[in-house]
Design a protein around this ligand. Structure first.
Ligand code: B12
Length: 214
């Protein structure tokens, strides 16, 4: 039976860095019929964001944020291994994804990657703090439909605009579309730099990418 309380307990065990408890709760939630994406979006992500707010208020310090982030990464990897197979095994499109140079935040980018993957997209991850040239080279190499970039800091968002220019300079703008995201990124920013799409979260990103490759 699905009991929403389990998602709250997962959130709290992440915040408190109780690894074993968190892993057991996630297994219980899967056994109870929760989808991995529900566990990520309604349990883990709110937990990570709550720690972010506590960090902003000075209630917790960076080492603790790093430990929570490390556990969050393990949790997402565990859920990735437990994702149901995509309903269609055929590839819907090819996406190159990465976090722009200067920025090491990759938890959100990894969630977008996982969800695109299970929804039938071939995803090539250029990693975090990725040179803009890496996005372009990979997109050329795999003949990508979409280049998706993530930024979590106001300072690194600028690199998304540079990426747009480099895509044009590389002469691949006519065959590859761009999508941007990350907590400080907005539709306004996407329009300003000339990105083709912006999504607020991973679920929306999948819907948009599906529409864009149609
Ligand atoms: C975890 C975290 C870290 C971890 C990162 C671990 C990792 N592997 O990612 C660690 C501890 C390493 C870290 C380091 C730093 N951090 Co930090 N960090 C955070 C924190 C608390 C949470 C980010 C997170 O993972 N959120 C959870 C995920 C699930 O959400 P998300 O990333 O937003 O992703 C979702 C959407 O945005 C979207 N999305 C994300 N990417 C993409 C991409 C596309 C294409 C699309 C469509 C959608 C999309 O979908 C995701 C899922 O739904 C934020 C606080 C915050 N409010 O965001 C600060 C925060 C981002 N960090 C900050 C800072 C300043 C730093 C440091 C400079 C700290 C320091 N003093 O050293 C360093 C950065 C070093 C660097 N060069 O990058 C600031 C940035 C401030 C700013 N406005 O520029 C924040 C906002 C905290 C703060 N208020 O001070 N950080």
């Amino acid at each position: 039976m699905k009991d929403e309380l389990i998602l709250q307990n997962i959130k709290e065990s992440l915040i408190n860095i109780e690894e074993e408890k968190c892993m057991n709760l996630m297994q219980d939630a899967l056994d109870d019929g929760f989808l991995p994406v529900e566990i990520i979006e309604e349990g883990l992500s709110p937990g990570m964001l709550s720690v972010g707010e506590q960090f902003e208020d000075g209630a917790v310090f960076l080492p603790q944020v790093m430990m929570v982030a490390a556990l969050m990464e393990k949790c997402v990897a565990f859920l990735n291994d437990n994702m149901p197979e995509s309903e269609a095994s055929k590839i819907h499109g090819i996406v190159v994804i990465g976090t722009v140079e200067g920025d090491v935040h990759d938890i959100g980018k990894n969630i977008v990657k996982v969800l695109l993957n299970v929804n039938g997209f071939e995803v090539h991850d250029v990693g975090r703090d990725a040179l803009l040239s890496k996005f372009i080279e990979k997109a050329k190499e795999v003949d990508a439909d979409i280049i998706a970039s993530s930024a979590l800091m106001t300072g690194t968002m600028e690199a998304m605009g540079d990426l747009e220019s480099e895509i044009k300079a590389a002469g691949i703008h006519d065959r590859v579309k761009t999508m941007v995201g990350g907590a400080p990124v907005t539709q306004y920013w996407a329009d300003k730099i000339g990105a083709d799409a912006y999504a607020e979260n991973a679920g929306e990103a999948v819907k948009l990418v599906s529409d864009m490759v149609k």
